[in-house]
Design a protein around this ligand. Structure first.
Ligand SMILES: Cc1ncc(COP(=O)(O)O)c(C=O)c1O
Length: 419
């Protein structure tokens, strides 16, 4: 890694200085940071209140080899930089780096590893992350293993190997909404070996409800595609951190690998993040109403939603999160895929589609959609059965959403009974 860095431009140093200066400013609260940090009108000619989109791929140099602030847009861009500063502030991080997708961020991080290294991952990891570890990283000689991290930190430590370089936590998980104790795991892993990186995929919780760096994690990943942008119109990811050395290495990899987002997409996410706080409060209010309604429904076997007291890790939820998004998983009675399909097919407001976290309500069957790439045996062990349904509760009127679900459940179960 040393060799990599010494051969690159001084971009990382320059960016680190910029971002560090920002982070040393007195901190306000997330609602204020999301609107103001990185958005100062003084940084743009004409003092634009809304950051302009800078589409230039290249920037004039004062003399050969003497760029002013930026040189080539893959290495750095004004619109991307104002987004990265804003993102770092909402996650309470010193640094943020953005990528062309959440998986683009993960892939870039993989270049911190080398053949022979080991990744210890939570078992119920997002299907695409698991596929990257199992199918792509294995080919590069990086081994991975998957364990239940919802029990206690000693289980995680027991599975560490001398070659473990990265512990991958996702909490709450997708789609089973299992929680892992970030503080306990990070403390135990770092005690075992401070050089092991502990990463938390914070996509489902968002920076509004959970800040893993404050709990001891080294790195936070977001699929910005989801709640952080919140409008289902951009695919993007980011990595956030406090450690300057990790930042320098990842900043180098960001430009060396080139999985960077477009300035237009950066503009959109920068706009989306402005309303993160108000959106998340409403997602939580709607999610709780829908989960509570579903929990008492005669056709519903089980509802998984961390804010409900029935969630097996409700105490941990209260300890490390200040709320939760609109993600709910349910099992219908009978656990039959045909019944689930009839239910989804009859909904009018919930759209059957992959992805989540937008203002609109979505619904899906993980076993045949988002998690189809998880080996069947592994799916069965985890509980991702054909009858598991995942809802992303949006910002529509909540009674309209409940009425929609009620009508579709009635239809799904009455037509089964009729057969
Ligand atoms: C928890 C989680 N992490 C990472 C990703 C990957 O993000 P992207 O789709 O932006 O590549 C997803 C995508 O669904 C996800 O749900």
């Amino acid at each position: 890694m040393e060799g990599y860095l010494s051969s690159g431009p001084q971009k990382a140093d320059k960016d680190a200085e910029n971002q560090k200066n920002k982070q040393e400013h007195p901190r306000t609260r997330i609602e204020t940071d999301a609107i103001h940090v990185g958005q100062e009108p003084e940084r743009w000619p004409g003092q634009a209140v809304v950051p302009p989109i800078s589409m230039a791929t290249t920037f004039k140099q004062l003399e050969p080899g003497k760029p002013v602030l930026y040189e080539y847009s893959r290495c750095g861009n004004p619109t991307r930089q104002c987004l990265e500063e804003c993102l770092a502030s909402v996650e309470k991080a010193r640094y943020a780096l953005t990528f062309a997708s959440g998986l683009g961020a993960t892939t870039t991080l993989m270049f911190m590893l080398k053949s022979g290294d080991h990744i210890l991952s939570i078992d119920d990891v997002y299907g695409g992350t698991g596929r990257l570890f199992r199918r792509c990283m294995a080919q590069m000689g990086v081994e991975s293993s998957f364990i239940d991290m919802s029990t206690d930190a000693s289980t995680v430590v027991k599975h560490l190997k001398p070659t473990t370089r990265l512990v991958w936590i996702e909490t709450p998980t997708n789609p089973l909404l299992k929680l892992a104790d970030i503080e306990q795991i990070a403390t135990a892993v770092h005690k075992h070996d401070p050089k092991i990186m502990v990463l938390v995929d914070n996509t489902f919780a968002t920076a509004y409800f959970q800040n893993p760096l404050k709990l001891g994690a080294d790195l936070v990943l977001h699929s910005l595609t989801k709640y952080m942008n919140g409008h289902s119109d951009v695919v993007m990811g980011c990595l956030m951190m406090n450690n300057e050395e990790y930042y320098k290495q990842l900043s180098f990899l960001q430009y060396a690998i080139g999985a960077v987002p477009s300035p237009f997409d950066c503009y959109l996410v920068n706009r989306g993040i402005k309303t993160l706080a108000v959106r998340m409060k409403q997602h939580m209010a709607n999610g709780l109403r829908v989960a509570t309604y579903l929990e008492q429904h005669k056709h519903v076997e089980r509802v998984i939603y961390p804010p409900l007291e029935s969630h097996p890790q409700h105490d941990l939820y209260k300890k490390q999160m200040s709320g939760f998004s609109g993600m709910i998983s349910i099992y219908l009675k009978g656990d039959e895929v045909e019944k689930s399909k009839r239910f989804l097919g009859h909904l009018k407001l919930f759209t059957t589609a992959e992805s989540l976290g937008g203002y609109e309500s979505l619904i899906e069957l993980p076993a045949v959609m988002t998690h189809a790439s998880v080996p069947e045996e592994h799916r069965r062990q985890l509980g991702i059965t054909d009858g598991l349904i995942r809802l992303s509760v949006g910002l529509e009127d909540v009674q309209d959403l409940i009425d929609d679900i009620e009508a579709a459940l009635d239809f799904a179960f009455s037509s089964t009974d009729a057969k």
